[in-house]
Design a protein around this ligand. Structure first.
Ligand SMILES: Cc1cc2nc3c(=O)[nH]c(=O)nc-3n(C[C@H](O)[C@H](O)[C@H](O)COP(=O)(O)O)c2cc1C
Length: 232
């Protein structure tokens, strides 16, 4: 099982997103998956120009020559795409969104109705792929992920991959602060490893594992207080 993780955090391997990913990746490796992590902020990928040349003159090929040339084939061929991103203004980072937009050559320009909804068919015809979401945010409430989850579910349908669920960690900065603020997060770390192992071995997540990952660590009032102190 090949897993391609697209980390959209501009903080790359130093950020809170990676702080979650590193345990998840350990579990994927333990479960025998072949894992490839791409920090998209390190790539040279320009935004989509909206010219549709990839659907007309050069079907399946973008006019722009950049790092997307290699990445798009990996996105097509991998068994599982993991979209990893911090919540930025209720969505994914712009770095990751550029990658999603530039993946449209994987679809065909013509439109067909799938379950009564307009879709562009997959150029390769693959239908067995999957997408998972890994996300962190600054605030306390799980509803901070709602818009992003809706978006990623829609992306999954457009890319003809099955959405398999989300690893969500609010106030992920508390991981780095755990000792200083006196909280225990060992069960969350273990659940992240377990989630990786579950994905590698069954292609799914267990609901109770996802709940442990997202559980309350400190009350929302304390989250608000700690964030406010940081920006005084
Ligand atoms: C431009 C920007 C927008 C943000 N928007 C939100 C938001 O809408 N909701 C939220 O809970 N956190 C928001 N955050 C906080 C980040 O999600 C949080 O700091 C996250 O841990 C950063 O992950 P990273 O260290 O991997 O970059 C935002 C941060 C930035 C820089």
């Amino acid at each position: 099982m090949h897993v391609l993780i697209l980390n959209g955090s501009p903080s790359k391997n130093r950020g809170a997103t990676y702080g979650v990913l590193e345990h998840f990746i350990q579990g994927l490796n333990d479960g025998g998956a072949e894992v490839e992590l791409v920090n998209v902020a390190s790539l040279n990928v320009s935004p989509c120009r909206g010219c549709f040349t990839c659907w007309t003159t050069t079907p399946g090929k973008c006019v722009q020559r950049d790092d997307m040339d290699d990445l798009i084939d990996k996105m097509d061929q991998t068994d599982i795409v993991v979209l990893a991103t911090p919540v930025y203004v209720d969505g994914m980072t712009s770095q990751l969104k550029i990658i999603i937009d530039r993946a449209i050559p994987l679809s065909n320009g013509k439109v067909e109705l799938v379950e009564g909804h307009c879709r562009h068919p997959s150029r390769s015809g693959r239908k067995d792929g999957k997408i998972a979401l890994v996300s962190v945010c600054g605030f306390a409430e799980l509803d901070n992920f709602d818009a992003l989850i809706t978006h990623v579910k829609a992306i999954s349908k457009n890319e003809h991959r099955n959405y398999i669920g989300a690893i969500l960690r609010p106030y992920a900065w508390a991981f780095q602060e755990a000792d200083r603020i006196g909280v225990k997060i060992d069960d969350i770390i273990q659940a992240l490893v377990d989630a990786g192992k579950q994905l590698a071995t069954t292609g799914e997540f267990k609901e109770e594992t996802l709940e442990t990952i997202s559980r309350e660590v400190i009350p929302p009032e304390m989250v608000a207080k700690i964030i406010s102190m940081q920006f005084q």
